[in-house]
Design a protein. Sequence first.
Length: 195
Amino acid sequence: MIKRILLRSIFTLLFGAFISFSFGIYSSKASEKHGHEKEHEHEKEHEQEKRQLDSHEHGVSTLKIAIEGRDLNMELESPANDIVGFEHAPENKNQRDTIQKALSQLKNMKGIFLTPSNAECMIMNVSGEFEVEKNHAGFHIIWKIRCNNPENIKTLTTSFFKLFPKAEEIEVEVISSSGQKAIEWENNEKSIRLP
């Protein structure tokens, strides 16, 4: 469990650093100056804390999307309350069954986030887990997808809000060769436009 949390934290930190670099938040000149290195480390710590708090805001999930070549990778973090109606370790069989049902829905190989059919994408791997931390719990799902025509990934459609009606919004961060974009995906929208 600790190893998974550590690996997830490292992945999130690396993904966040990649996003920060891609958006041009940190300039190479600033990192060359010795006097600013500690300041940048402090800023990174605050960004990491903010990401952790944001990912557990009730009603709000985060979806990170990276498209590189034919690979489409997505990472979803959702507060447990939005998915199963409680935000703690399961206390009985009914709650354990509810978590397993939600994981099955989220990890469905048909996908809950769909690309246009002309992109010819196929889910290669899905991993997911229910994670419990101090005062909150959540779902963490990662999709690895291969697309024959990634240039046709112009939109993303979802059944997420239909499956989990307590979810109000998904904060989406997209990085692709076409650019970067932050999108607020509201629960009344079936699809979003990608860069």
